[in-house]
Unconditional design. Structure first.
Length: 131
């Protein structure tokens, strides 16, 4: 894994939707930032299928609509499919705001110089990110 160079800082920010994260990334790129990556994070350690990131896409399962995964991917295995299907955001039962679709499950990671950290954080927050 690459290490940060002296004078570099990493910024991890979280967004409620992939669209918000992409808007922030685009604005960061326009401002001259280059080392930007967006990922979907999961509490179960499985990777969701990016094709199911949009609930309007006629997802083939309940988890496709709620936790952005079709639940049939080879990388999930039986345990991953069971966990995703049992998640309170899929069933609708659970604590208020627990794991709901549209939480802060989209991670934008950025590497920049120490001098530009405040500028980057300002752009991220302006676009709805939490740093």
């Amino acid at each position: 894994m690459p290490q940060l160079e002296p004078g570099e800082r990493s910024i991890l920010s979280y967004f409620p939707t992939s669209n918000k994260a992409q808007e922030a990334a685009e604005e960061l790129k326009q401002a001259g930032f280059q080392n930007i990556q967006i990922d979907r994070i999961s509490r179960y350690g499985v990777e969701s299928d990016a094709h199911f990131n949009n609930p309007i896409n006629n997802a083939s399962s309940l988890t496709g609509l709620t936790v952005y995964s079709d639940g049939t991917g080879e990388n999930l295995g039986d345990s991953g499919r069971v966990l995703l299907a049992a998640d309170p955001s899929a069933s609708g039962y659970g604590d208020i705001d627990y794991g709901v679709s549209g939480g802060r499950a989209f991670l934008l990671a950025l590497v920049t110089s120490e001098e530009r950290v405040e500028e980057a954080v300002g752009i991220i927050k302006k676009n709805g990110g939490m740093v």
